[in-house]
Design a protein around this ligand. Sequence first.
Ligand code: ATP
Ligand code: MG
Length: 420
Amino acid sequence: MLYGLKDAGYEAYLVGGGVRDLLAGLEPKDFDIATSAHPEQIRKVFRNCRLIGRRFMIAHVRAGEEILEVTTFRGAITDSHERDETGRILSDNVYGTLEEDAFRRDFTVNALYYDIRDFSIADFAGGVDDLQARQLRLIGDPELRYREDPVRMLRAIRIANKLGFEIASDTAEPISRLAPLLREIPPARLFDEILKLLLNKDAVANFEELRRYGLFAELFPATERAINAAKRDLQLLRIALASTAERVKRDLPVTPAFLYGALLWPPYADRAYELEYERGHDAVTAQNQAADEILARQQARIAIPKRFSLPMREIWSVQPRFEDLRPGRARRLLTHPRFRAAYDFLLLRAQAGEPGCAALAEWWTQAQVTLGQGGDAPPLPSPELLESGAADEAGDGEPGDNAGAPKKRRRRGGRNRRKA
Ligand code: ATP
Ligand code: MG
């Protein structure tokens, strides 16, 4: 790979997260390559190469199983770079030298260039020292660098947690102040970054840090309001992220649909409740309208592709159907294509202490065995159990429903949760 470029007379180095992780003692995920060759020249060296123009031309070169990202050295930032009114760089297509490329990178530890010919490392920004001191530090003036690209605030949190490094104080300081700059970032890019942060083994730590710096409130404003109003909602997110992280660690599949289902559940459930019990809509209308509203507002920040938002809505729409314990209905629900994910979601709500969910979860756990094998339905939970589960918000339930078909119960409890 590197030899191909070098043999053709170009400079080429491994750089980025792969080198950083290797030197920090972690297993590198992939390597990026920085070269003096221009995109067209890269293409001449490698037949199996695809040029991808995003903000900057990148060549994807296939090397066996893997795809390597090859980028041409970027030039120093000059006035010729187009910026928006907040300082964000819009176009970026000036080529430069190795050293100029180093100063264009975000963190010092991301700007280490490894030359596989002589195993030397080129370090223009002090990355080796920072690696030793376990510090994540932006190159250059932090405020300016965040203004150029506010996503660096998210990267700081993710990479620091990944490495177990501290964010250097001058690198951390501007974040809370500049968090609103995230509003300038295209929602599709934020979708990718959020997955990197939260569909991740460090999901819980990343979530806590995003909140600490006020970044979460920019990304998920409605969720931030809901979790500030009700502890149980914060609990739900923590449990969801912890189980996501666990699955990632064990290499089990994880889906953005479930993740977003949890992230947006607090404002969705609040709104559905409000539309049903305070505005008098029927349950299904209330749920649909709530999902439409919450999703539309969220899309203004983070673009959730339909292939995830549709299953997410299905997971939500199955939740009230778990309250219908009539054997015929239950048997039918068991065959719902989204049953498994929806059931996992019910377990999550039960763990978070949503009223009645523990009893329902228990019933459905048994029902999968009994009904699923053509047997009888499990015994019905007592009405008290269906109302319990949220000791802190007790006393808000409605009178017990008829045992055969529990209909509408207050899922959201706590009248104090939405006073203003
Ligand atoms: P990982 O791959 O582990 O998520 P990474 O640091 O390799 O982390 P990539 O997105 O793969 O992240 O980027 C590769 C390299 O490109 C980075 O190490 C950094 O040098 C540079 N880079 C990426 N994003 C930015 C950015 N927003 N601003 C400046 N440099 C960046
Ligand atoms: Mg990388």
